[in-house]
Design a protein around this ligand. Sequence first.
Ligand code: ARG
Length: 270
Amino acid sequence: MNTRLLVCDATHFRIDYEINPYMDTCVQPDPAAAAAEHAAIVAAHLAAGRQVEYLPSVPECPDMVFTANAALVRGHRAVLGFPPPERKAEMPYFQEWLAGNGYEVIEAPYPFSGQGDALACGELLFAGYGQRTDRRMHAVLARELDYEIVPLHTVGPQWYDLDLAVAVIGNPHTVAYCPEALDEPSRRRMRGLGLDLIEVSAADAAGLALNLVSDGTTVTMTRGAPDLAAELRARGLDVVELDTTELAKGGGGVRCTALTLDNPPAGRPA
Ligand code: ARG
């Protein structure tokens, strides 16, 4: 799982607006440090044996480094994101890349945060709603990508995307999540799936600990959440912890910077 990823770069990463509670236009990333951080994430993916595709970022799109919001891809089909107005200018670049690389691109009819609000777990899709994603998108994702939807509602804008509150680890059925970030019906839904669940504190989740990339063997995550890292190592996973201080100024972490390109199609093992 998650072995082919699309990334941009941090060259034009800036805080020009505030569309999540982590962003503050008075706190700008240091360009060199942000570029180094991003390069270290890409290097970690490559070291883990993942394939990384690269789309250059453009000056007018300061959030383009966060490629996870561009779409949700399964098999050869991609449902494009429908972002807030501040990020609309990114979409033609992603649309063009996906279409040019053989994906059938489907436009989202309602607001949709792409993979930020949609985490594939085998045939299941943990699907956020109520912040950046309109709940009506769930039927669209079920129809277009053939997932079984597990709707999850986060309790506030601190969890503006579900990938800050839930992380699919794999190996084979481990999922880490922050119970406090989900409303009660969502927590119940999560606990009813028969998964191996790891609970993460709200403080660690707000530090973007859950915004990680896992291929079921190696977990690439932010530094600063030793409890989660220890839980994962106890399950036999290799854990690589990286500094994400600059990216955090945009409200994103490791996972936000990578769009998964190889979610297995329906009926195929993860
Ligand atoms: N500044 C970006 C935004 O608010 C961060 C996106 C992070 N992406 C994610 N998948 N959580 O849109």
